[in-house]
Design a protein around this ligand. Structure first.
Ligand code: FAD
Length: 292
């Protein structure tokens, strides 16, 4: 099923993200964890893709498995950074053959070696090039794209970032999913600006439950997200106690989601990081709100 249809039906939707294994040896444990999350019957699940190709061969295996066993709609992420046309076209064919109708079209992060090098000869410089390639395939995929309430780290400013985002959507994105954020006001402000810029597709709010103190630094490094004082106090107080930090992190994420739903943001995607216990706790906290 096309995810864009789910996002437009007006009902509250909660979806989860999982990532594929890095090696053969942990395939089974990741498969089990993703199946546990699929049993929660979320609105859909997304399966990430390793930018360097390291974990890419498992993305489809995991996505197919979840769909086949639990009937949960899946979206396969695909990145294009430094890839050539032949490789990308083959990947698009593989996704089609897998029976998956949703692709998250991403550029992928630049490695330190790539930064500052001449990229003019690359087949794909930005996600928009991948969106166009998927469209050119002639297959009727639902295409998702990434967006950044706190501005993509490479952008000069938000105006420039939103200008390129509009071009990406106009090229064929059916919906957008946001980078994680820990202050909902950043999202509300961003939504106002993109709607004003003429971007009308559904936007799925990405929420990352921080359940251990080590994740904080990683999350900030990856996303450049602003950490509100309220969240910093939680980490300072409970960061040394894993059980307490997990409970507080789940409560914080739940609180963010309730505020989003209350403010008419109907679609929330949880970066559940292959943690069924965290996904389940958040969904249980919202059961009456979601009516499940
Ligand atoms: P783009 O849309 O290409 O944007 C990147 C930068 O280029 C921005 O600054 C933008 O303003 C600018 N830009 C865009 N178009 C143009 C243009 N035409 N000309 C000049 N500049 C332009 N990474 C993975 O490796 N695997 C994943 O599975 C994955 N999943 C993700 C899911 C979500 C929801 C998000 C938010 C991120 C995900 N990422 C993933 C990370 C993502 O690959 C990085 O954030 C990457 O740096 C940018 O990807 P993008 O698709 O947003 O790129």
């Amino acid at each position: 099923m096309k995810i864009s249809e789910t996002l437009k039906n007006g009902r509250l939707s909660l979806s989860f993200e999982v990532f594929p294994p890095k090696t053969d040896s942990n395939f089974e444990s990741v498969k089990t964890a993703t199946e546990e999350i699929a049993k929660l019957k979320p609105s859909f699940m997304s399966v990430t893709y390793g930018a360097g190709g390291g974990t890419s061969k498992y993305t489809l295996d995991i996505a197919k498995n979840i769909k086949k066993l639990y009937g949960v709609s899946t979206i396969a992420h695909l990145t294009c950074v430094s890839s050539d046309k032949e490789t990308v076209k083959k990947k698009i064919e593989e996704i089609k053959e897998s029976g998956i109708s949703n692709i998250m079209a991403l550029r992928g992060d630049l490695t330190p070696e790539m930064e500052g090098t001449d990229r003019s000869h690359w087949d794909y410089k930005n996600a928009i090039d991948l969106v166009r390639e998927i469209k050119a395939s002639g297959y009727d995929f639902c295409i998702g794209g990434a967006c950044y309430p706190e501005v993509h780290p490479e952008s000069a400013d938000q105006k420039e970032d939103i200008k390129y985002l509009k071009e990406k959507v106009d090229a064929g994105c059916d919906f957008l999913t946001t980078q994680m954020f820990f202050d909902n006001n950043l999202l509300y402000n961003f939504l106002y600006k993109i709607r004003e810029a003429g971007i009308t597709v559904p936007v799925v709010a990405g929420i990352m439950p921080i359940t251990n103190a080590n994740q904080v630094e990683r999350a900030i490094k990856l996303s450049g997200s602003f950490m509100p004082q309220r969240f910093k106090s939680i980490v300072d107080k409970f960061g040394h106690n894993p059980d307490a930090m997990k409970q507080a992190g789940i409560a914080y994420a739940t609180d963010q989601i309730i505020d989003l739903f209350a403010n008419n943001i109907t679609n929330v995607h949880v970066y559940s990081m292959n943690k069924p216990d965290v996904a389940m706790a958040i969904q249980n906290n919202l059961s009456d709100i979601l009516g499940i």
